[in-house]
Design a protein. Structure first.
Length: 228
């Protein structure tokens, strides 16, 4: 380690999750429109998918704030479906389900998801699925579930365009309470890895290095970081 560097302390950074904090660009407008259109969704269950860091969880949090939805785990599918089945009056019950990157594991999870999708429709409830890949591409063996997933309305958040990268970088710096000029952001956009996760990792590296060296994040500072 350079003797001039100081080891930065690992403080937790909390990303702002409000509706006004979500960045709307041509890359995200379809997903935002879907969330904003609730309860007039095209189906009781819908999906938003995209790469890591693309804002799926942020959109889910926005919908939870609006609808009162609760997030359920992959192991809670059957219990949630059974609860809906046993309640005599279920109106506007809303759930968020995050599909793990590994997908569904085993026949039981597949049958439980199929049961939940059926129950959501029957009981006039709502289910938002979020994941890295579209539901239609999930590797499932249950034919009925495969058919249901293919028919599920799904909206993609694609790789970020320039406008979204600018907004992401600005938001990530703000979340870390870092004052960074627009010139620095403009310098970064065409030179960085063009992905959500790449933006997150770069901002994290810049923050840690600036803190350890007690330097401001300027264009020369960013240039040095990108060259290493």
């Amino acid at each position: 380690m350079n003797t001039g560097d100081q080891l930065p302390l690992a403080f937790e950074t909390r990303a702002s999750q409000g509706r006004a904090d979500f960045i709307v660009t041509p890359a995200t407008v379809a997903a935002v429109s879907l969330i904003d259109s609730w309860p007039d969704w095209p189906a009781p269950a819908v999906a938003v998918f995209g790469p890591t860091g693309s804002g799926k969880s942020h959109l889910a949090a926005i919908w939870q704030e609006t609808s009162g939805a609760v997030q359920i785990g992959i192991d809670e599918l059957e219990a949630t479906a059974s609860m809906l089945q046993t309640e005599s009056e279920v109106q506007n019950k809303c759930y968020v389900l995050k599909i793990p990157g590994r997908g569904l594991e085993g026949r039981q999870q597949e049958e439980s998801l199929f049961h939940l999708l059926n129950t959501v429709r029957e009981k006039q409830a709502f289910l938002l699925l979020i994941g890295r890949q579209p539901p239609a591409r999930l590797d499932v063996g249950l034919p009925d579930l495969k058919s249901r997933l293919r028919a599920l309305p799904a909206v993609e958040i694609p790789a970020p365009d320039d406008d979204l990268l600018r907004g992401l970088l600005t938001k990530m710096f703000n979340d870390r309470q870092l004052s960074v000029s627009t010139d620095v952001v403009e310098y970064m956009v065409p030179r960085m890895e063009r992905s959500f996760e790449g933006a997150r990792l770069l901002v994290e590296r810049l923050d840690n290095k600036a803190l350890s060296q007690k330097r401001a994040i300027t264009i020369p500072f960013v240039r040095d970081m990108l060259d290493t």
